[in-house]
Design a protein around this ligand. Structure first.
Ligand SMILES: [Zn+2]
Length: 429
């Protein structure tokens, strides 16, 4: 450390705390080892060398080993921002500080707050004062480069996977009924019982043309269907259970049973709140499709024929449903009501009578899955009326007034807190 860095550290800084923020993104952990965690703790010694007493160095490591995708991972970073904005921080320490934040927006905000509260920033290269233009420019650049680096790492990782997939060499967990042999080739499961069950499912569908009828046949014959356990102590084991409707659809839609290698049948997109949303793509948009790549239970033509039949029956169902409004019906509790007998969410169906639509609430999710009669159905008119009356009662003018005043009180408190922070910032300046 040069004498220049010592000139930046003033007595006023030393009176406040030093915050050591430790965080590693899961992606970087792929490329690096835990060595950097040790390096981050070594920064502590630098702060001591600059004059901070040991007990004034506060370590924030609640975000360690958290994925950047979830919103919860930012608890530690939020705490850091709060401490800095309250003027408690004299210096913020971090290994390659630009990694403090998850993205460069967060990083620039932290720089701004540091500048306002006169907090310094320390990384392995030296001490920065964000209030100085040159230091801030450099720190901003570091943040941008860190974001770019993360992008390159991700692209390299995904590029490797895609290349392998396009050659058909990527090892993807096979569905039940297929397994890898000792040479790494995908073959029909050596367990004859598993093989027979998959074959029976496909044959039954070909005969009946309906996934529902396939489930019903298995149930009537008291036949079980195999499933591989993917988690827990019995991982890899095959367990036998009742065949479900969604299971039949999954198998009929899976091209691997026709001996085709596929990759990229769906996309994952991140939503505003940080949760992940999976989008299933149509066949034309799959990234990789190599027919005849390995052994299968049916030909590619049969697979496509099954697909066509499923599509047709879905359309037939759809036109039937279209006779009544699917979503914009007048039922008050659409999508809200739970079945009192089994706890499943109930669906709504309308009947047209005397020029009006009458809702009926039905519990049929489990019934469809296992080809069983539906659990129960309840005429909706009486329920809607009773709930409607309750609603009007609850939202009377008096109740509204109370809710509004509570809202005002909350806003008032938020404003008050803002004013306090503002004063603190002014005082710091
Ligand atoms: Zn039910």
């Amino acid at each position: 450390m040069t004498s220049d860095t010592h000139q930046k550290v003033k007595a006023a800084h030393l009176q406040r705390n030093a915050y050591l923020y430790i965080r590693q993104s899961t992606l970087r952990q792929v490329f690096e080892n835990s060595e950097s965690t040790k390096r981050q703790y070594a920064l502590r010694q630098k702060a001591v060398a600059l004059g901070w007493p040991e007990d004034r160095i506060i370590v924030i490591d609640t975000d360690l080993g958290q994925s950047g995708a979830s919103a919860a991972d930012r608890e530690g970073f939020q705490r850091l921002v709060t401490e800095v904005s309250l003027g408690r921080a004299g210096i913020v320490l971090g290994l390659e500080v630009s990694r403090l934040a998850r993205n460069s927006t967060d990083w620039h905000r932290l720089l701004e707050i540091c500048a306002l509260t006169q907090a310094l920033i320390l990384d392995e290269d030296g001490v920065y004062d964000p209030a100085h233009f040159n230091d801030r420019l450099l720190l901003g650049l570091k943040g941008t480069m860190s974001e770019a680096e993360l992008h390159v790492l991700r692209a390299r990782l995904q590029g490797g996977i895609l290349n392998k997939a396009r050659r058909g060499e990527l090892v993807v967990r096979p569905p039940i009924g297929l397994s890898h042999n000792s040479e790494g080739r995908l073959v029909l499961d050596p367990d004859k019982q598993v093989q027979a069950a998959v074959q029976l499912l496909l044959d039954t569908f070909r005969r009946t043309g309906s996934a529902m009828a396939t489930v019903r046949t298995f149930r009537q014959e008291n036949l079980l269907f195999p499933r591989r356990v993917h988690q827990g102590p019995r991982q890899g084991d095959v367990v036998w259970g009742v065949l479900g409707h969604s299971q039949v659809l999954r198998i009929l839609h899976n091209p691997r049973y026709a001996g085709a290698f596929v990759y990229g049948r769906s996309h994952t997109r991140q939503t505003v709140d940080g949760s992940l949303h999976i989008i299933h793509l149509p066949k034309e948009e799959w990234d990789t499709l190599i027919p005849g790549a390995h052994a299968g239970y049916l030909s590619w033509e049969d697979y496509e024929e099954n697909h066509r039949r499923l599509h047709e029956s879905a359309q037939a169902m759809g036109s039937d449903r279209r006779k009544s409004p699917a979503r914009e019906g007048p039922a008050l509790l659409q999508g809200l009501i739970l079945c009192g007998r089994c706890g499943e969410r109930m669906t709504v169906r309308y009947h047209s009578r005397e020029g009006r639509l009458w809702p009926e609430y039905m519990c049929q999710r489990d019934g469809i899955e296992h080809a069983q009669p539906r659990c129960q159905r309840v005429p909706g008119a009486g329920i809607d009326q009773a709930v409607g009356e309750l609603l009007v009662e609850a939202v009377s003018p008096v109740a509204l007034e109370v809710a509004l005043s509570v809202q005002q009180e909350l806003q008032h408190r938020i404003d008050e807190a803002d004013r306090l922070r503002q004063k603190q910032v002014e005082r710091a300046q």
